[in-house]
Every structure is written in C-alpha cells, then in structure tokens.
Design a protein around this ligand. Structure first.
Ligand SMILES: NC(=O)c1ccc[n+]([C@@H]2O[C@H](COP(=O)([O-])OP(=O)(O)OC[C@H]3O[C@@H](n4cnc5c(N)ncnc54)[C@H](OP(=O)(O)O)[C@@H]3O)[C@@H](O)[C@H]2O)c1
Length: 306
C-alpha cells in the first residue's frame, strides 16, 4: 500500500521510523512528496494542508492522528466519500485520565487556593473533604470520559456523566439529560467532541445550574465554552475555579483576560497528546484492514459529527 503522511503539526520523524519498521513492505511518503498519486490508498493526517487529500483519486482511508476530528470535518476540501477514522490511542487516553485527576485533585485538595495564599504570604487552612463527599460530572462518556470515570471511581469520588445515547458504566450515574449532570457536578469535566450540538454547551445557564463554588475543567475544545459567560460566573463568585486547556482562539491571545485571572489555571492545549509508541499499532491495524478490504476501526460517523 502507498501511504502519505500529511500533517502540518505532527512531525514525520516521530512517526515514520516506527511505521516503516512495522510495515516494511509498504511505501510511505511525506506530503508534498507522494509518488504516483493514483496509488496512494491511505492518508495519515494531523492538520493536513488544505486541498491535499482531494488530490488522491483512489484513497481508501483517511486516518486521523488525533482523537478529535472537528477540524478535519470543518474543512470543505475533505473528500467526504472516503472513510475517515479517528485515533483512539491508549497512551493518550491514559494521559487524559491523568490530566482529569490532577485538576480534580487540585480543586478537591484546595491547591489552587493555597497557591494564592502563598503568593499573598497567608497561612490559612481550608476544610478537608473526603473524595466521597464530592461528585465529579463528566460531559462525554466515550473513550476519554469512560477511562477518566474509572480512575475517579478508584479514588473514591462519586461520578456522573452525560452521553448522547444511553450508557451503562458500573459505578457511574449516567444521564442523557444534561440538567441532571449539571445539578450534581461539583467538578464538571468537559470531554465532548465539538459538534453543532455541543458548541457553547458550557454557557451561563449551565454554570447557573451547577452547585455554588464548583469548578469547571475544559479539556475538550475551546468552543464548548462561552468564554464571557465563564468569566462572569467566576467573577460573581458562583464558580470557584476553571481549569482550561483549550480556547476559542489558540494560542490564547496575549491580552486575553484568562491569562492573569486569579480563578483560572490554564495550559497550552496539552491535556493529552497522541503517543506514537501506542498509536502506531492502531495505525498498523487499520492499514492492514485496508489491505484486506475490511472496514477500519474507529470510523467517524459524519451524521453525528464525531
Ligand atoms: N485537549 C486535548 O488535548 C484533547 C486531546 C484528545 C481529545 N480531545 C477532545 O476530546 C474529545 C472526546 O474524545 P473521545 O475520544 O472521548 O470521544 P468519543 O469516544 O467519541 O466520546 C464522545 C462522548 O461524547 C458524547 N456526546 C457526543 N455528542 C453529544 C451530545 N450532543 N450530547 C451528549 N453527549 C454527547 C458521546 O455520546 P455517545 O456515547 O452516545 O456517542 C460520547 O460519550 C475529542 O473529540 C477531542 O475534541 C482533547
């Protein structure tokens, strides 16, 4: 099989040596190099250059190197007739669960407040809670949300979650009604894909529905949050803190109020990165499936938008 690697963000050096070792009989090209375009059957993409994919007439699979495919689906030049698979990578899933835990624990153990006290030279203790006193709500119970739920349960937190279709996960109170999750969530974690239905889901009315002094953790996509509504909910004192990894505009503009807001902890879209060591076997499996004429794993449902 001829395979083209087309990503403006992922570097071929992190991927191609492992791929070539695993698939010595296949030919890999790095865009814009692509050999005979008619022979290319698989495209491995991060953020591919616009129009690139439409130039391969016999593409059988577009394989994303990332779990979220909102950027790809928003590209009008994406060939819609070619199956699109997203990455579901155990290394990234584990990294994301760690990120959820670190933020939930930062909030639960009041570390965000102690950092502020330290800056002010203040010696002050806050009341201790047990993990079982706290309910963590997960928006999205997919590959990432369900693993985060499992790890939170191991630590003793109560966990509830929201999905589009009904779900059963042992120990997790699962809802398809968002309001049921919001009213329970003292820490609310967004792990949704960005679709027309989930854009702006974290807005003023969602924050108002949450208990007083809760925290919000957005590690999915910036456009899930109405940033002005979040600032208002933090400034009014209704929300205690926000942990934000993703933003409407990235990199976050220099003058953005989140940068120096005392109630915001921010990170530069690094909550979880694809881990080539665990992701390459997933790519290999899907390339073998193309060779055998079988459907790929983790296909995106274009009608659902994820
Ligand atoms: N910040 C980062 O570094 C980073 C890294 C990786 C991924 N991400 C983001 O994380 C997102 C989630 O990844 P994933 O692999 O967990 O996705 P996934 O396996 O597709 O799971 C998505 C979950 O969201 C639910 N959902 C989707 N639309 C919904 C709606 N309208 N109402 C209620 N629930 C809805 C789904 O419900 P069903 O179960 O019913 O389908 C599913 O439970 C990605 O799309 C990506 O944007 C961010």
């Amino acid at each position: 099989v001829d395979i083209v690697f087309a990503s403006q963000i992922e570097t071929p050096e992190s991927w191609l040596p492992r791929l070539r070792r695993a698939l010595p009989a296949d030919r890999f090209f790095v865009w814009p190099e692509c050999g005979d375009r008619e022979r290319v059957e698989v495209a491995l993409v991060g953020e591919p250059p616009r129009d690139a994919l439409a130039t391969f007439p016999n593409l059988k699979l577009i394989q994303s190197l990332w779990m979220g495919v909102d950027g790809l689906l928003a590209d009008p030049t994406l060939p819609r007739a070619v199956p699109l698979a997203r990455m579901v990578d155990a290394g990234m899933v584990a990294a994301m669960a760690e990120t959820v835990l670190v933020h939930v624990l930062d909030w639960h153990r009041h570390l965000y407040r102690y950092r502020e006290h330290q800056a002010d030279g203040v010696w002050k203790r806050h009341r201790q809670y047990m993990a079982c006193d706290r309910t963590v709500g997960l928006l999205g119970l997919g590959a990432l949300g369900s693993e985060a739920a499992r790890r939170l349960l191991l630590m003793g937190f109560k966990v509830c979650g929201w999905s589009r279709r009904p779900k059963r996960i042992e120990g997790v109170e699962c809802f398809s009604d968002l309001g049921e999750v919001l009213k329970r969530s003292q820490a609310l974690v967004c792990l949704l894909p960005l679709t027309a239905q989930t854009r702006c889901v974290l807005n003023a009315s969602a924050f108002a529905a949450m208990p007083e002094h809760s925290c919000v953790i957005n590690i999915a996509r910036g456009a899930h949050v109405v940033e002005a509504d979040l600032l208002a909910a933090l400034d009014s004192g209704h929300l205690a803190h926000a942990y934000l990894d993703v933003f409407e505009t990235e990199p976050l503009p220099e003058a953005h109020p989140f940068w120096h807001h005392p109630k915001v902890t921010l990170t530069p879209h690094c909550a979880a990165l694809t881990e080539p060591r665990t992701a390459v076997p997933v790519l290999v499996e899907n390339i073998e499936r193309v060779r055998r004429g079988e459907p790929a794993l983790n296909l995106v449902d274009p009608s659902a938008g994820y």
